[in-house]
Structures are given as C-alpha cells and as structure tokens.
Design a protein around this ligand. Structure first.
Ligand SMILES: [Zn+2]
Length: 354
C-alpha cells in the first residue's frame, strides 16, 4: 500500500513535469494566427520595438569649409567639413537621433598617428563645434590610429625583414592620448576600435588620471576582421597599405573568443560593449547580451548599408523595409544601441509611422 502511494505520487509529479515542459495545447485548440489578424492586434503582441532613442549616426569629418565629398561606395554618406558636419548633425538631432559617432580624416598622416591626439586635430575641432552648437547631442568619438597612420594600421608597426608586426603595448600610449584629447575637447563617450589588448584599461586609467572619470567608454569589444568594412575604408581613407588586420581583429569563426574579449573589456571597465559587424554576427550579439547584460551596441557597418542601398536602387529589394527589418533583427538579438549610416533616414521613417 505504502509502495503504491509512493508510485502514484511519483507518476503525478512526472505528469506535472511533463506539463511544465509542454504546456501548449494543440491545434485545433491553439491557433497562432488568431493574434495576427489585424494591424492593431499585431501591434499589441509585438515583442521588439525600434525607437529613435536607440540610433547612433556615424559621421566622417575632414578639414575645410562647405566640403561634402560623396563616398562613391556609400550613397548618401559624405566626408564633411566641420560646418557641413554640424548641419548633418542638426538634421539628425532634429529628428530625434540622440548620438553621433565621429571619424576623422586628417590632412596629413605619419607613422606616429599624431593627428589622432593633436589638440587641434580634426575630430577635436569637430567635437568642440558640435558641443557648442548642439549641447544635448551625445558626441561619441571613435578612438583609433588607422586613419592617422601613414601605413593605415590601427597600431604602431615594427618592420622587419620577414614582414611587419603591429606592436601592442606601445600603441596603448597613443590610443590613451587620443582618447584623452577627445575627452578634453568635450566628447561625451569615447569608443576605442583598435582591438589592441589592454586598451580599455589603458584608456580608463588615462581618463581617470586627468579628471575624466565620468567619461564612459564604449568599447568595440568584439570586432571581427570583416569584408563588410570595404566601403568604410574609402570613407575614412584608412585601408592598410600592406598586410591585413587579422592579427588584431577577430576571426569570423570564433564566438567563444568573442565572449572572452567582451569579458576582458568589462573587467577593464568598459561601460558599454559593441559587436561589429552586426547582421552576420547576430548570434554574438545575442550571447553577449544574454551572458553579460551590459548595454550592447550593434554596429551595422558600411558593407551592410551599401548592399541594401545598391539592391534598393536597382529595385531588387524594398530598401526601407529591409533596413527596418535588419535593425529589428539586431534589437531582437539583444542590441540596445544601433549604430547605422541610415540613422537619419530611419528616424524620419519612424516619425512618419507614428
Ligand atoms: Zn583602426
């Protein structure tokens, strides 16, 4: 009797367990299409939303006045002189875009990337102007050396007979100087993109030491060596003159390593972490957000933008619908922040949808 009772209880528990694992009724009781019948119903049960609050617009600045150099491989994107940059930022901000991400194209390059940390460098000038014209606009600066190096690499190059190596630790000093000079110019957030080891710690230490302990770091934590950056190199004039970036940017095949990179940057006190490119790396975005719960940015890079623009121009896809669907996918994967060249257009579309 006692044994039978125990068996009965055990079976009941097993049944409950099974119900917990499989709580769904079956068709015809369950009809998923019931909640897709009308736009209002679909709106009500929508799980993920795109908002202008999530958008960051990358901008390229170079010296001069009234300069708008179109970038052939990125329709609608320009290298801008500071006055035109301000106009572009005002347009985005008026539509509700809360932040821009600045890249500089210096007049001269050298093998110490001195333009990256010059007090009156092009990015430093642009930051001062934007903060004066648009105090509420968040100005994020990309911190790297490649645009300012004569060889186009993101760190200091040591040339040997057998080839060249990118030196890690000496590069950290230059990166820290660049980040500090951006903060001094008024940057709200600095975003190191070089993928040197230990750069977040070096930059944090430099900022804290100079009284900028409140300046957040958004690190390009998992930046993959990617063919999707192609058009950007034309935009930023930053293509490496020899070799490639595979000794510092990540191998596209590695997800666990991406998590280690993110863990390291968080340990080094990154405030926000980024995955780039975005669309081909949604699994990484998802794992980074699930694992760490940190503010996570997805950088939808130049190649992603240009492919949609090109196919849209040919009438092969609906540019607007594909752009929105791609950004929504990044959000669904876990991205909080969406960095996209289409930010201003998207902000306009979102406004008209309301
Ligand atoms: Zn770089």
């Amino acid at each position: 009797m006692f044994q039978a009772d125990r068996m009965r209880t055990k079976h009941r528990l097993l049944d409950l367990n099974r119900m917990n694992q499989k709580p769904l009724p079956q068709y015809p009781a369950l009809r998923p299409r019931r909640i897709r019948q009308s736009p209002a119903l679909r709106r009500l049960v929508r799980e993920t939303h795109l908002s202008v609050d999530q958008l960051v617009l990358p901008l390229f600045v170079r010296s001069g006045k009234k300069v708008r150099n179109p970038i052939a491989s990125m329709p609608g994107v320009f290298q801008l002189s500071p006055d035109e940059l301000a106009r572009e930022a005002i347009r985005a901000h008026a539509l509700g875009v809360p932040a821009v991400l600045l890249f500089g194209i210096p007049d001269r390059k050298d093998d110490r990337a001195s333009g990256a940390y010059a007090k009156n460098g092009i990015v430093q000038q642009a930051v001062r102007l934007l903060k004066k014209e648009l105090p509420d606009l968040l100005v994020i600066t990309d911190v790297c050396l490649c645009e300012y190096m004569s060889h186009g690499h993101c760190g200091i190059v040591h040339r040997e007979k057998r080839g060249a190596t990118i030196l890690n630790d000496p590069s950290l000093k230059l990166l820290s100087r660049a980040a500090l000079s951006h903060a001094e110019a008024g940057a709200d957030i600095v975003a190191p993109s070089d993928m040197m080891d230990g750069r977040v710690l070096a930059i944090r230490t430099a900022l804290d030491g100079a009284g900028f302990s409140d300046t957040p770091i958004m690190s390009y934590a998992a930046k993959f060596a990617s063919a999707y950056y192609g058009p950007f190199r034309e935009a930023a004039e930053s293509a490496p003159k020899f070799g490639d970036r595979r000794s510092y940017q990540m191998d596209a095949a590695n997800a666990n390593e991406a998590l280690r990179e993110v863990a390291l940057d968080i340990a080094e006190r990154a405030d926000m972490v980024m995955v780039t490119p975005a669309l081909a790396y949604l699994d990484i975005i998802h794992r980074v957000k699930t694992e760490f719960g940190y503010p996570t940015a997805a950088y939808s890079v130049s190649g992603e933008y240009s492919m949609v623009k090109a196919a849209g121009a040919k009438g092969w896809i609906d540019e607007r619908a594909v752009t929105m669907e791609s950004l929504l996918a990044m959000r669904r994967a876990g991205a909080d922040i969406l960095i996209t060249y289409a930010a201003t257009e998207v902000a306009g579309w979102l406004k008209n949808d309301r």
